[in-house]
Design a protein around this ligand. Sequence first.
Ligand SMILES: [Fe+2]
Ligand SMILES: [Fe+2]
Length: 261
Amino acid sequence: MNILFIGDIVGKPGRHAAASLLPVLKDRYGIDYTIANGENSAGGYGITPDIAKSLLNMGIDLITTGNHIWEHKEIIPYLSESDTIVRPLNISPLAPGKGIAVIQKPGVRPLAVVNLIGRVFMPPAECPFHASLGALVRIEQDYPGLNHILIDFHAEATSEKQALGWFLDGKITSLFGTHTHVQTSDEVILPQGTSYITDAGMTGVVDGILGMDKEQIIPRFTTSVQRHADVAAGKEELQGVVVRTDDKGRSVSMVRIKEHL
Ligand SMILES: [Fe+2]
Ligand SMILES: [Fe+2]
């Protein structure tokens, strides 16, 4: 099975890059499932139901998110209604939405996707390590025999991401980091068959700062004035990974994607 994961889609240029490049990538790699992180897809901050639907309509099967998920209040009922968007699992159990989703297409094995958030340099959250084990138990109970499990670990610290990757080696198919928006070149198949990358990267304008207008972000550092910035304009890129798996749900390969328009 071939799975495409798309790193954080940032604003309209990110959506445009994804829509334009998705058919090419699906064809090139024979993609069975496409997952994308959409936490920045609405103007760089959060996601709305309409934008979530537009991502699904362009051929993304499931949307993961992160710390920006609560930016637009309209997303709150949608998170509970939709089976194709997840928010970090390891936050309050009272939070709307879900942190685990299972998708299945005819003739293809089912795929479970878990969204977790880190605790280092991030807003308060429950332990992602403990939450990941709970997720595996729930998946086994609800979908016995399901062996393709992906985790989007939305976290800042490289060490925390590497630790979770090694902690889950052999228990899941693949763990990819998101949130830093900077693709790392450390993709690897760990000894027990879990593929890992610290950060899958970002989909949007690369001549900015994490996809946002650099002329508005630089003053955040030079003046300490913290304001939302606009999405950058310029060269668009789709970044992510393609994971190839075997029938046992182990990763065979992980290939980094960095494709510009
Ligand atoms: Fe992000
Ligand atoms: Fe984030």
